[in-house]
Write a protein that binds this ligand. Structure first.
Ligand code: SF4
Length: 222
């Protein structure tokens, strides 16, 4: 069994039903939810978007709602000034350049104000069933630890490396599984290595057992 097969099989065992934890009914709602999820839990975002989307589930309705009211509603998500500005600017952009519709390609999505590569990949995977891998902090850390990318890789290099080894039909699920694995097992601080069945193929585990400065491992490539 190859290394990636072992990892995929273990992740399937641990998280067979991994999927997007954000609630949404259309691509625009997902885009807004992903913007709100920066530095905020998915659970809190879902509570906030329940109210928000009942008032504004399209770019047109969001602009009609206005930034002040938007700020008030999304306040619990934190960074409400930055996030409300990003949502309003993205909504304007969608209306003026994409006829109010969220585009489905990475090239188009990343031209929207406030939409980076990670957000675009999440939208493509979950709203358009695309097989992409969005690299967030968990995906990046765990990939480096397992040696799926180099220790000093950037998020973009990590994405490229993962696209090479992860079979296309498994990429979207793998992204969600790696996030759950990073949150619950391979945590940033005190990973649960003793109970992890990947330790015999894990670079970080070997490194941490032989190197006093193992805490610097995760910092490379940031
Ligand atoms: S052995 Fe430890 S560091 Fe390696 S993947 Fe498992 S939990 Fe993460």
């Amino acid at each position: 069994m190859t290394k990636i097969d072992k990892i995929l099989s273990y992740l399937d065992e641990l998280f067979p039903n991994a999927e997007c934890a954000l609630n949404f009914e259309n691509p625009y709602e997902l885009l807004v939810a992903v913007i709100l999820s920066a530095q905020c839990t998915d659970k809190r975002v879902n509570i906030v978007t329940k109210d928000l989307f009942s008032l504004a589930d399209s770019p047109e309705k969001m602009l009609a709602l206005g930034q002040d009211k938007l700020k008030e509603i999304i306040h619990p998500c934190g960074f409400f000034n930055t996030k409300s500005k990003a949502i309003i600017e993205t909504s304007q952009d969608l209306i003026y350049r994409f006829n109010g519709q969220v585009p489905s390609t990475l090239e188009e999505l990343t031209t929207l104000k406030g939409v980076g590569r990670k957000t675009a990949n999440v939208v493509i995977a979950n709203a358009f069933n695309g097989q992409t891998i969005a690299v967030d902090t968990h995906v990046h850390r765990v990939s480096k630890r397992l040696g799926l990318t180099t220790e000093n890789s950037t998020p973009l290099k990590c994405e490229m490396d993962l696209l090479i080894v992860v079979p296309e039909d498994k990429r979207s699920k793998f992204h969600h599984q790696l996030i759950l694995f990073g949150r619950n097992v391979c945590k940033a601080i005190k990973p649960k290595c003793d109970e992890c069945q990947l330790k015999n193929i894990c670079k970080f585990y070997k490194f941490a057992n032989t190197n006093k400065n193992f805490k610097n491992y995760d910092k490379k490539g940031k």
